[in-house]
Design a binder for this molecule. Sequence first.
Ligand code: KIV
Ligand code: ZN
Length: 503
Amino acid sequence: MERIIVFDTTLRDGEQSPGAAMSMEQKYELAVQLARLGVDVIEAGFPVSSPHQFEGCRLIAQKVKGPVIAALARCVEKDLDAAAEAIKPAERRRIHTFLASSPIHMQHKLRKKPDEVVELAVNAVRYARGRADEVEFSPEDASRSEVPFLCRLIEEVIRAGATTINIPDTVGYAIPEDFGLFIRRIMEGVPSMGQAVLSVHCHNDLGLAVANSLSAVKNGARQVEVTINGIGERAGNAALEELVMALNVRRDLLPFTTGIDTRQLYKSSRLLATIIGFPIPRNKPVVGENAFAHESGIHQDGVIKHRATYEIMTPSDVGRDASTLVLGRHSGLHGFSQRLAELGLDLEEEERKKAYERFLELADRKKEVYDDDLYVLVMAQMGEHLDSYVLEYFNVMSGNVSVPTATVRLKTGGESVEEAATGDGPVDAVFNAIDRATGIAVTLKEFNVHAVTPGRKAMGEVSVAVEIKGRSLVGRGASTDILEASARAYLNAINRFKATAHK
Ligand code: KIV
Ligand code: ZN
C-alpha cells in the first residue's frame, strides 16, 4: 500500500480562522500533540507576517521533533529569509512558497503577466532551495487556473528545485470527480512530475474539501493538506480526522496508509477546541458528541446485537473512550501528572504543580473530576500565560426585583484595579464592571454556557465571542459557578486580544 503524506496546517491556515489566534505556548502545545498524532509535516506559521508568528515557528522548530517543520512565504526574499530563519533549528525544514496562477488572481490581484509569474516563482524556489531541506510550491487558486499554464509553471519550478507541488483549491470551488481529473491532467501534463510529490490543499466552501482530497489521492496526489477539526480560512480546510478515517475505513477502495495514530484523533480535536475556544459541533464526523450515539430503538437494538450493523468504526479506533471518572481529592501529584500525559496535556513541572493545586480546589468543590474537567482546567491555566488581567475577586448582587450589580477586582502588572457596575442581568453587570476596569471597549457577539461533565456539581463552561477594535476573538472560562466562568471567559478573550494584538 502506498503512503500518503499528512501535512497539517492547523497552525497556519487553521489559525487564519477568525477568532482562532493562539498564543505561542498554545501553538507549541498543539504542535507536540500533532507530532504525537503522527503527522508528517507541521506548517507552523507565516513568519514574515509578525514577530509573534516568527517566534511561534521558531519555538516549534526548536522543540518539536519528528515531523518536518514548514513555514509559509510569498515569492519575495524577505518572506523566504524570515521562513528560513524561523525554521532553522528544526531537524528537517521545509519552505512553502506560493504565488497565484489563475487568470483572475494574476490579472486583478497580482497585476502580472503569466511570464512574470513563472519568473518570480522560479526565482523564489531557487532561492529557497539553498535555505531549507525541502521546498514546496503552491500555485494559489490552482483549481481555477488554466491547465496548460499550470503545467508549464510546475515544470519550471520542479526544474528550479521544488520537491513538493501543492495544488490548492483556494476558494473551495472544485467538485470531486472533476478535481480528480484535473489532478490527473497535471500528473500527465508535467513531464518531470515524477521528481516531486503532488499535494492537494482543499478548502471547504461547498462542504467538499475531504471528498475533493480523496478524489485527488485516487488520481495521483500523495500528500494531503489538512487541519484538525477542519478549521481554516472561511469555511475551513479538509478535516484531518475525517480524511484519515475515510482512508482507514475504506481501504477496499483507497489502498493507502498514513503515519497517523488514529487513537490520538479525539485528543487532538479536543485539545484544539479547548485552546481556541471553538466548540466541536455535536454532529461533527468522527469527533462530535453524537458521532457514535445511537438514538433510535432500531439502531440501538442493532448495535447491541452486532456493533457493525450501524458502526463503521468504533469509538476506541479514534481514541474516544467514555469520559472517565479519573481522579478525586485523594489523588496524588503522580497520578494526576500521569493522567495529564495520557490526555496529551504535557506541562512543564512548575505548571503541572500549579495545575495540581487547581485540581485539588476543584476536587474539593465537586468531588468527581473527569477528563473533560482536566482539559478545561489545564487550558484555563495555559490561557493565563497570556494573562494581562487575572480575576482576583468578584461579587454580584442580583434578584428578580433588584438592579443587578457587580464588583470585580483584577490584577494587572502587579497592581489591582477594582470597579463596580450595574447591568441588565448579573452576567451583564460582571462584563460591564470588567469593561470599566480594563478600559477596553468590548462588543459581546455570542455567549454560550454548557455543563462540561454530568451531575449537578458539573463544571459550567462559558464561551464568548467578542469583537475588540475590529478583531474577532473567543474566550473560554470554566468554574462550578457560572458567573465566575463568565467572568473568566470574558477576560480570556481580552487577554487573547492583548497577547496577539501584534498578529
Ligand atoms: O488556500 C490556499 O491557496 C493557501 C495557499 C497558501 C497554499 O492556503
Ligand atoms: Zn488555504
